[in-house]
Design a protein around this ligand. Structure first.
Ligand SMILES: Nc1ncnc2c1ncn2[C@@H]1O[C@H](COP(=O)(O)OP(=O)(O)OP(=O)(O)O)[C@@H](O)[C@H]1O
Ligand SMILES: [Mg+2]
Length: 465
């Protein structure tokens, strides 16, 4: 069998439907395995996780959701597309919450199934690539980003892989996590880097001016339109158009944007000529895009058009090992700008910075350091120089930090025997020993070995073949 072909597991109890879906996928470059119930699906997953699973939620012997949860718990390198009955939005939303990559509503046609599955497989290939390179290639800086945590390495790798294409990138993440930096990095990493990068904030411009901001207008299009104007779409020709806070865009305008994204052509406000441009779209939102779709604030067809390569910017509290790297970088930069002598933080200040949750993410960290640097002058930033709320909850924050450290120290590593054996065998035995010692739980074994679960899956597959 060709090892480069993606493996897809089709879990569907109706053999007529399974036959139909397999037929839809006949021309795709994937190998489809069919099973009719949950037990069959579990057995297939045990044999080796496929790249994608098309999963009907209603199965004769089991709730499909249990299978989805099993895949998530085991951190299998598998993208799950859930098949739901017509109108069962709740089930779809629940499945997405449990980590499904996407859902598809019955009845669907061949085209819809192929697009959804291709997106899932593309994403899974990216994730696997990220995993394999992550272990031997780590960067602490990337374009405007600072931070060497694993979560940021993943972001850098996705940008690397996505930048050369013109596929639309959809960036999500809390406020202050670096969504705009991410959009800039994609542009600078792409072949369009010498072309324009045009950013437009859909939340900051009044609704009635927005259409002209994006598409421009002809002279006399509305009161005050004294001159013809090139909009962001025209300016971004041969470059990147960054639609920031896309969740704020008016539904009417979303229809026009969809047409533009589909065809690359648009009309200026008040104009009749069709303009054609070559732009790469990147968009960002700090809202939950799927919720916006189900609640009717965001067009579903536009969402599917834009949501080709998703990048999620991790919150700062999810990558605590970046906090001090960032804090030291900002301190050096700001001390220089403000002409201050600060050269570092006292130990207890560092402890507080690490223990804090950073709801405003990197932007908040920047503000905290700026505040300390502007208002004080010393060699080191001490805890009393930090602004509220960091100074207020100091003792609480401190004890939490200590607890976390104590927990880290109590994890005792297993001593491993070291016979003289070929390296691959030593590795295989170490992995098998870890899996056994974790009762078959691969993610835990992976954590013990400090590798990603998909590394273990990959190696096991290599040994099996
Ligand atoms: N990893 C990082 N390294 C260095 N600076 C960062 C990093 N992440 C964010 N920043 C800085 O933090 C600030 C906020 O980043 P950015 O504007 O990109 O966030 P955002 O996600 O777009 O926020 P919002 O949702 O509020 O618009 C910027 O000044 C940016 O330069
Ligand atoms: Mg922003």
């Amino acid at each position: 069998m060709n090892n480069n072909r993606h493996r897809v597991l089709l879990v569907e109890d109706s053999s007529a439907l399974a036959e139909l879906y397999a037929g839809y996928l006949r021309d795709e470059s994937c190998v489809v395995t069919r099973v009719g119930d949950g037990a069959g699906a579990m057995a297939e997953l045990e044999r080796g996780p496929p790249q994608a699973v098309l999963l009907d939620l209603k199965l004769p012997d089991m709730d499909g959701m249990e299978i989805l949860q099993h895949i998530q718990r085991q951190k299998m390198p598998t993208a799950v597309v859930v098949v739901t009955g017509h109108g069962s939005v709740d089930a779809a939303v629940a499945a997405m919450r449990y980590g499904a990559f996407d859902f598809i509503e019955k009845p669907f046609d061949a085209k819809r199934l192929k697009v959804t599955l291709r997106n899932a497989l593309d994403r899974q290939s990216l994730a696997t690539l990220v995993d394999s390179i992550r272990e031997d290639f780590q960067r602490e800086r990337y374009h405007g980003f600072i931070g060497g945590s694993l979560k940021m390495q993943t972001v850098y790798r996705i940008i690397d892989s996505a930048a050369p294409s013109t596929a639309t990138v959809f960036i999500t993440g809390e406020s202050g996590t670096g969504k705009e930096l991410c959009a800039e990095a994609i542009h600078r990493q792409s072949p369009r880097r010498d072309g324009p990068f045009i950013a437009i904030n859909c939340g900051a411009i009044p609704r009635d001016l927005m259409e002209s901001e994006i598409f421009g207008h002809v002279r006399g299009a509305f009161t005050g339109a004294a001159k013809e104007r090139l909009g962001a779409a025209g300016q971004a020709d041969q470059g990147t158009l960054f639609l920031d806070e896309i969740g704020e865009m008016d539904l009417d305008l979303q229809t026009k944007l969809l047409r533009f994204v589909q065809t690359g052509t648009y009309q200026k406000v008040g104009g009749t000529r069709l303009h054609s441009v070559d732009v790469r779209f990147v968009c960002a939102t700090n809202r939950e895009p799927l919720k916006e779709v189900t609640e009717g604030r965001f067009r579903e067809d536009l969402y599917y058009r834009l949501h080709v390569i998703p990048i999620h910017m991790p919150a700062l509290r999810e990558r605590k090992d970046d906090v001090l790297t960032l804090a030291r970088y900002f301190l050096a930069e700001m001390a220089e700008e403000e002409g201050k002598a600060f050269s570092g933080f006292t130990a207890d200040t560092e402890e507080i910075l690490i223990a804090y949750d950073w709801p405003g993410n990197v932007r908040q960290l920047q503000n905290v350091i700026r505040n300390a640097v502007v208002l004080h002058n010393a060699d080191q930033v001490s805890a009393d120089m930090l602004p509220a709320p960091l100074n207020a909850g100091m003792s609480g924050v401190k004890s939490r930090a200590r607890l976390a450290r104590a927990a880290e120290q109590s994890a005792s590593p297993e001593p491993a025997p070291r016979p003289m054996k070929p390296l691959w065998l030593v590795e295989k035995e170490a992995i098998e020993q870890a899996i056994e010692c974790c009762g078959g739980n691969i993610p835990r074994a992976a954590a013990l070995l400090e590798v990603s679960p998909s590394t273990i899956y990959r190696k096991r597959q290599a040994w099996a073949s």
